[in-house]
Design a protein around this ligand. Structure first.
Ligand code: COA
Length: 232
């Protein structure tokens, strides 16, 4: 846990989208090019804001923002194509609305702990789920899939926001652990159904294993992406 705290302390205190991008671009390239000590699971760990009370992760705005910047660096390191990357303001908003849906995965490299991937989900309203199921073609930007805080009723649906880990950890115990933890995190949150947007064959493979089926196509900044929903 101390090593996680050191990782977060090393992240700069940036809040403006332009300055975040100036930091995240080389940082994500550095992470993607590192030789990690060992791709096996004993060198890999995760931290979730659901664990924050038991972990050395503060929920004050500065610590939370550093956590978001680590998620962003992992996101950009996993998705070299800028069309698939998350934008900082959208990611920060989603984390603020539903912090416990975000789990950051880390690994050691040269004595440091670095972000290597993350899983994320957040509640969406029944109306947003209905659009993803019945009229995905009306979505022209992923930002239209608005995150909601969790309600007590359990009537909400969950949007699978991201599952990603650096390529060198694909098909390893680390990606298995990521998938297992993601399923456990989803199971721990009451929901009526699941929805997702798919940008890659990897995403299609793992999302279909969650029981989702394609409902149509959305566009995001002019690119076509696949909408997936579960049966209720
Ligand atoms: C998505 C990603 C994390 C999956 O990792 P992977 O190593 O390629 O995943 P695999 O399909 O080999 O599955 C690994 C293990 O996870 C587990 N798993 C996969 N899907 C699962 C699911 N839906 N529920 C529970 N466990 C699951 C299984 O144990 C599987 O091992 P098995 O096939 O021996 O049973 C990885 O491919 C990745 O980061 N890709 C790039 C980012 C990306 O495109 N993300 C999707 C965006 S839509």
């Amino acid at each position: 846990m101390e090593r996680t705290a050191n990782m977060l302390d090393a992240v700069p205190d940036l809040w403006q989208e332009a300055s975040v991008a100036v930091w995240a671009e080389p940082e994500s390239r550095r992470i993607a090019s590192l030789n990690f000590d060992d791709a096996q699971v004993d060198n890999v760990a995760s931290i979730s804001l659901a664990d924050a009370p038991h972990a050395s992760l503060g929920l004050d705005p500065v610590s939370l923002n550093r956590f978001v910047l680590c998620l962003l660096a992992a996101d950009w390191a996993c998705y070299p194509d800028p069309a698939n990357r998350e934008a900082y303001p959208h990611l920060q908003h989603a984390v603020t609305v539903f912090p416990k849906g975000f789990r950051l995965w880390t690994a050691g490299a040269g004595g440091c702990i670095l972000p290597i991937g993350y899983s994320a989900f957040h509640p969406i309203s029944p109306a947003t789920f209905a659009v993803l199921r019945d009229a995905p073609q009306t979505i022209t930007n992923r930002r239209q899939i608005t995150p909601q805080p969790q309600t007590a009723s359990g009537e909400q649906y969950l949007y699978l926001y991201n599952i990603g880990i650096l390529p060198r950890f694909h098909r390893t115990e680390a990606s298995q652990a990521l998938m297992r933890a993601f399923r456990e995190d989803l199971d721990a949150t009451a929901h009526r159904g699941l929805a997702a947007i798919i940008v890659s064959p990897d995403g299609q493979r793992v999302i279909e294993r969650f029981g989702l089926r394609q409902s149509g196509v959305i566009t995001h900044d002019g690119h076509e992406e696949l909408a997936y929903v579960s049966d209720e």
